[in-house]
Ligand binder design. Structure first.
Ligand SMILES: [Fe+2]
Length: 175
């Protein structure tokens, strides 16, 4: 095969149909949204913005935004979490390291932590993939509540309905 035809083949798109039962892709061009309404309030000074709400596998990918003095309440993860910091800086009360813009964090199953933003940071934004469930707990592990992909979807529906985007706005993120 000549160099030319092999280059042509390298650039030839896959020629067969995708599997009949495959789900459709999600493409979010404005992951950090221009429209502030896309941020779903979670707690005082804490918001999330869904990217993938995977009800078929029980995980979700979102951007978490925490402004000055905001706290993401103490919670336990029975499954792993991946995080990538896009903006700002934050830390957990339970660890001595700080996550900074450009940094990656792997949180192993069994983690219990409380996310806080230092006083000198106006705002942090971090992409998190959270698997399964988060149990909100008291300082001694007593379960106070939980979140999973279904509670996330419900929060999105309620919020998007209330701000005029409509309940169905969340559907584009669900697989
Ligand atoms: Fe967490």
């Amino acid at each position: 095969m000549s160099g030319n035809s092999s280059d042509q083949q390298a650039r030839l798109p896959y020629q067969l149909p995708f599997p009949t039962d495959a789900l459709s892709e999600i493409v979010v061009s404005d992951a950090v949204p221009d429209d502030e309404r896309v941020w779903v309030p979670q707690a005082e000074n804490v918001w999330f913005r869904p990217l993938c709400l995977n009800r078929s596998q029980g995980y979700w990918v979102n951007l978490l935004k925490v402004r000055k003095a905001g706290i993401l309440s103490r919670h336990r993860h029975p499954q792993a979490v991946h995080g990538f910091v896009l903006k700002g800086r934050w830390r957990y009360l339970e660890h001595d390291w700080t996550a900074e813009a450009g940094g990656y964090v792997f949180e192993p199953p069994g983690e219990t932590h409380t996310l806080v933003v230092p006083d000198d940071v106006e705002e942090m934004i971090t992409l998190f993939q959270v698997n399964g469930i988060m149990h909100y707990v008291d300082p001694w592990g007593k379960v106070l509540g939980y979140e999973d992909v279904f509670t996330k979807i419900e929060m999105c529906r309620g919020h998007y309905d209330s701000v005029g985007l409509g309940k169905a706005y969340v559907d584009r993120f669900i697989r």
